[in-house]
Design a protein around this ligand. Sequence first.
Ligand code: CU
Ligand code: CU
Length: 366
Amino acid sequence: MELSTTQMQNQGETENRHWSRRAWIRAAGLGSLTGGVALASRGVAGGQAGPEGSGPDHLGNAMGPVGRVSTESFDPTAFLRAWNFSDLPADERARFYRETPRQDGTLLREYELFAVDREIEIAPGVFFPAWTYNGQVPGPTIRATAGDRIRINFVNQGAHPHTIHFHGWHTPEMDGSLPAHQVMPGDRFVYEFDADPFGVHLYHCHANPLKRHVHKGLYGAFIVDPPAETPRPPADELVMVLNAFDTNFDAENEVYAVNTAASFYMHEPVTVRVGERVRMYVVNLTEFDLINSFHLHAMFFDVLRTGTTLVPTETTDTIMLCQGERAILETTFRHPGDFMFHAHQSEFAELGWMGLFRAEERTHSD
Ligand code: CU
Ligand code: CU
């Protein structure tokens, strides 16, 4: 973050022995990122293009990694629309999530979460030694309705002490933040609290050193829906966690993303429908960089800061989010086609925080 793009370029080109973040990225196969946008406008992928006429991948390659991450253990497309383990088959899901109706009409929602150390793929061929909740980064999205009781059975299967610190109202002993709250390797703890207030929140490990425990991957989205009497209007809902990875442990990020895999949605656009409301739950869990942002091309969106309101507070095409800050963004696509979204910090965008929406017209069979 201290060097200008030109300085970085020079560094990469003239001081190859200096292992700058961009030099590292190039070596790791993420491509000629600094020249990507200009080259893309000419339809040439910076010397990495496939054979003539090899198809629409040209554009994606020029603006991000070459190749694809494996989606076997974590699929960023499935993650967008998964909460409470809805991406698992029913029998498997029952091992991690249970709902029990309570007398007052609310639900008891019980979750099995565990911390486990695991290598994850953050860009094609680039692996990161992560600390994860349930083997994935971000961790599983937790979703409840305001007033529901949440019970998290947490088991620490990792090699370090961890906790789960939820944002929201709860008693101090459920906060997962003080030294006494640390769950030692092999131990377990039950977090229990009511879902309050409604909004888009987050959870993360709060063991020391905090920075390390967060940037290693121990975080996820926590969505609380408004009470049933005042629901949000129906929408196509998407979970987007802004994150980044310090791959060489120099306290700076080398890879940026939405939902972990750099530039993933450039290759696999987020498909949406023209004329249908889209609701994005955007949570910034980027460590080291003080701010991140979300910018959408050719459109505007309504902002519901922290999601704690039913009425938009702002209409814009770019919002800034501090570490831990989040917002609900709502919009309706007017036109079919591809719409870019990315951090408006160009550096983050070039290092992987960039994607596409693909808006499709409804057909009669829908
Ligand atoms: Cu931790
Ligand atoms: Cu926090």
